[in-house]
Write a protein that binds this ligand. Structure first.
Ligand SMILES: [Zn+2]
Length: 251
């Protein structure tokens, strides 16, 4: 994950897709169960793998792994329950009538002029470890930037860039459709704060960033993927290898 991808993540956390769940047919995910409230809960997609589940003051409650919640960061492994109905996130996303917002198209990768690798050691992950170092060093910056942006949004010093952001979202047409659908009837004045930052609190954004970080800060060897956790990067640099699979890097 490089610099621009990190900042893209912060931007994405301010412009999210959300799906409502409930008995009424105007939900993105309709649950025809008598104990489910008309508008029961809302699932906010933060990243391809991270979500926030929010109970919309339902009568019989929303549960994550059998614990009643009002709001919680969840992922695809969690078991969601609405009143008596148990669902996985994959099941919900698969049955949505509205396609989730597509990720912004990435610029085409610049063709590498480097000749094909001649190294043959299958445990040489030098390049991957270099990427990982970026992940490690940029994580604190990312968190700080996230807090700063929230502060700026609250004090109004980024109003202009927010409006520019919104018009670009609106002009993407189909891409922004689910969000617009949710906000339909509420008008643009409701849409503005939603796109800025109100879908997630700063703490929730930081929790998602933390989760993404734990997911990325792992051994680059696909056969290993040992989480490095809070182990200091300096220690890894000294050893120049993964303690579990002996993946190495040379520089
Ligand atoms: Zn490893």
């Amino acid at each position: 994950m490089n610099d621009s991808q990190f900042y893209q993540l912060i931007d994405n956390l301010s412009q999210l897709t959300a799906y409502t769940i409930g008995r009424s047919i105007d939900n993105q995910f309709v649950l025809l169960q008598s104990k489910v409230s008309g508008h029961h809960a809302r699932l906010i997609q933060c990243t391809p793998t991270s979500f926030v589940l929010e109970d919309l003051s339902s009568k019989n409650g929303s549960f994550v792994n059998d614990v009643r919640i009002t709001r919680k960061v969840v992922d695809k492994q969690d078991k969601l329950r609405f009143a008596d109905t148990v669902l996985t996130i994959d099941e919900m996303l698969a049955s949505l009538t509205i396609e989730p917002t597509q990720a912004k198209p990435q610029p085409a990768p610049v063709a590498s002029k480097a000749p094909a690798k001649t190294e043959t050691n299958p445990l040489d992950f030098t390049h991957a470890f270099a990427d990982l170092q970026q992940v490690y060093t940029q994580y604190p910056k990312l968190k700080k930037d996230c807090r700063n942006r929230e502060k700026m949004i609250r004090t109004g010093s980024v109003i202009l860039s927010s409006i520019v952001g919104i018009s670009s979202v609106l002009s993407t047409g189909g891409g922004a459709l689910p969000l617009l659908h949710i906000m339909s009837g509420a008008g643009l004045s409701m849409l503005v704060p939603t796109l800025c930052s109100t879908l997630l609190s700063t703490e929730e954004k930081l929790e998602v960033i933390e989760k993404e970080y734990r997911e990325k800060y792992r051994c680059p060897n696909p056969a290993c993927r040992d989480p490095f956790g809070t182990r200091e990067w300096e220690l890894l640099v000294q050893q120049k290898s993964c303690r579990r699979c002996q993946a190495i890097w040379v520089n």
